[in-house]
Design a protein around this ligand. Structure first.
Ligand code: G6P
Length: 609
């Protein structure tokens, strides 16, 4: 949520910053801006709209500079316009800042500063920061920044430049991620790795409460609690190729097509056929706690929450351990009571979602261990959890999550197998699951060859419909929720996911001949019940688009459109049934001419509450 970047070094700052903004754009894209120190001045350009607009507006016009900061915004305070875009400066244009986060006490601070004569020009909360620095500046930049930060309640990832010290960038973090890349005679500070990895694979993850003073060939980090700290340099494994579109029209499509490979990465080295179980080394020390837990509590947001729901169904049915799934945003505020026998799992692709992080901290405050299922290595959630499972999905750039969901569900399949084998699954049952898991990547590859044409035809036909209903039962109920979410996110069509049997308790009133209903009707334990639901829709002239199991000829005759997936074990079906729903949402959005990778109002990583 908001991408920030700063550069200092031997290179051309403008070029690094604009390139970086393009890489960070998935964090927010309603306005963008850049500030460079050149010719004894801070040169600022900003504009409402996407990074492309900024790049076009400034093309060939940015001064040569070796230090600067830039920002791509997702608005919290103040509408997206040129003035509210970052960077923000103080009254005399001596300090410029880019900020990701929220200043909760900005009104009080603004009043305080206005009384001191400061003039504000934007409606943003962030603008108080340069004015606070100006107010406290007394010849020592770091001291002024520290004083300013002491006044702030809320969250920030900040990069600051000043005319008085044109040889350094100050970066500070509290609650919003910041990574610093160390190159040769250059440093880049950014909200995430995507802006850094084309320059260096050596990074330092800034921690909450830390302030970094970055010069082109040195870095000094001070922690609020610990004083001076030695920067820990880590090596990044993500590659440039992974963050490029690579010939696909959109990142979302690329990521959908990557799913078979991703799943192979998620399961690599984690299946033990001999013992019919899974191996998850990252949480090896907590397996006994999980197995003996009174309750496993999973919390997450958005798509990750849907993966968590599937995890609940898997763990309860394979291992018989009670599981609850909570929206992280609800969990943190509703005074949850955790028994000492509980154990929590935070699920997050980015590892930075503010609500999930807050839920994690609440659980830890109550003395309960928290494990993580995360994608981004080194992310805050990955670091603050007691132990965890990385899903190895690689960088996910498309705002609508696809491959991370797939990998999260697979991580739960592995965890439930492991726990199931400790509780009640026989060796043969374990091996049967392993065989089925191993088949999934190939099954997906095959589906990716045969599905798109049929799905495109359906997408063309229904792209202008205003509403969709998605129904599923058991393991496929969360898939229905996820399918509906995908459609909403990128095509702006209203869509609701429901447990199929609940349709009778309300949504059935919506069904008429204009209502497409996507029903997941695979041959699992509750197939017959879902077929009855399909009959109920047809009796009311609803249009049924069914996702069925290969070989189910009867289903094909009973529905308007049938999309078939290969057979697998009941609990692994979500890994197959989600694919057509991702493709359907994708092609509907494409045929509507929408910006699939940057849907309106959304951001990839939600670092505000
Ligand atoms: C945002 C994204 C979703 C994502 C959710 C949770 O809403 O647009 O795609 O599912 O945040 O993010 P996380 O990174 O914690 O999985």
């Amino acid at each position: 949520m908001c991408g920030i970047i700063g550069y200092i070094g031997k290179g051309e700052a403008a070029e690094v910053l604009i390139n970086g903004l393009f890489r960070l754009e998935y964090r927010g894209y309603d306005s963008a801006g850049i500030a460079l120190i050149a010719d004894g001045d801070i040169f600022v350009r900003k504009v409402a709209g996407k990074v492309k607009e900024l790049a076009q507006m400034t093309s060939g016009q940015l001064p040569h500079s070796h230090i600067g900061i830039a920002h791509t915004r997702w608005a919290t305070h103040g509408v997206p316009n040129d003035i509210n875009a970052h960077p923000h400066i103080d009254c005399r244009g001596r300090f410029a800042i880019v900020h990701n986060g929220i200043i909760e006490n900005c009104r009080t601070l603004k009043r305080f500063l206005e009384e001191k004569g400061h003039k504000f020009i934007s409606d943003t909360d962030s603008e108080v920061i340069p004015h606070l620095i100006e107010e406290f500046y007394n010849g020592d930049l770091i001291a002024a920044v520290k004083k300013a930060l002491n006044q702030i309640e809320g969250t920030y990832g900040l990069a600051i430049i000043s005319l008085a010290n044109p040889d350094r960038i100050i970066a500070a973090r509290m609650g919003s991620p910041l990574v610093i890349g160390k190159g040769r005679e250059e440093y880049i500070v950014a909200s995430d790795l995507a802006a850094i990895i084309s320059y260096t694979d050596q990074v330092i993850y800034l921690k909450d409460g830390e302030i970094a003073e970055i010069r082109k060939d040195s870095i000094r980090i001070e922690s609020r609690e610990l004083g001076l700290v030695t920067p820990e340099i880590e090596k990044v494994t993500w590659t440039l190729k992974q963050i490029e579109r690579g010939g696909y029209d959109h990142f979302m499509l690329k990521e959908i097509y990557e799913q078979p490979i991703i799943l192979r990465d998620t399961i690599r080295g984690r299946l033990n056929y001999e013992e019919g179980t899974a191996r998850l080394n990252g949480i090896a020390d907590y397996i006994d706690d999980l197995r003996d837990a009174d309750r496993i509590i999973i919390f997450a947001c958005g798509t990750s929450w849907h993966a968590g729901l599937i995890g609940e169904y898997m763990i309860e049915s394979l291992a018989g351990i009670p599981v609850e799934v909570e929206y992280a945003s609800e969990f943190r505020y509703r005074k949850p009571v955790l028994s000492q026998g509980s154990i929590c799992i935070a699920v997050s692709q980015s590892g930075e979602t503010a609500d999930t992080l807050a839920a994690l901290r609440e659980a830890k405050r109550q003395g309960v261990p928290v494990l993580g299922i995360c994608n981004v290595v080194g992310s805050t959630i990955a670091r603050e959890t007691d132990a965890g499972v990385y899903i190895h999905a690689g960088p996910e750039i498309g705002v609508a999550s696809t491959k991370a969901f797939m990998a999260q569900v697979m991580a739960f399949a592995l965890l439930s197998l492991l726990l199931g084998r400790q509780k009640r699954l026989s060796l043969d049952e374990g091996r049967e699951i392993i065989e089925a898991i191993r088949k999934v990547p190939d099954q997906l590859s095959q589906l990716l060859k045969v599905l798109p044409d049929g799905i495109k035809a359906i997408a063309r036909k229904f792209k202008d419909h205003r509403n969709f209903l998605y129904l599923g039962r058991g393991y496929n109920f969360p898939v229905a929720l996820e399918g509906a979410l995908k459609l909403k996110e990128i095509s702006y069509i209203h869509a609701e996911g429901y447990p199929a049997a609940e349709m009778k308790h309300g949504p059935i009133a919506l069904i008429d001949k204009e209502m497409p209903v996507v029903v997941i009707a695979i041959k699992d334990a509750i197939y017959d019940k879902v077929i009855s639901n399909i009959e109920e829709i047809r009796a009311r002239e609803g249009i049924v688009i069914a996702i069925g199991s290969e070989g189910d000829e009867q289903l094909k005759k009973n529905v308007d459109y049938a999309i078939m997936v290969p057979q697998t074990l009941d609990h692994l079906y979500p890994l197959l049934t989600i694919l057509p729903l991702q493709l359907l949402a994708y092609y509907i959005a494409v045929f509507k001419g929408l910006d699939v990778d940057k849907p309106r109002n959304l951001a990839k990583s939600v670092t505000v509450e």
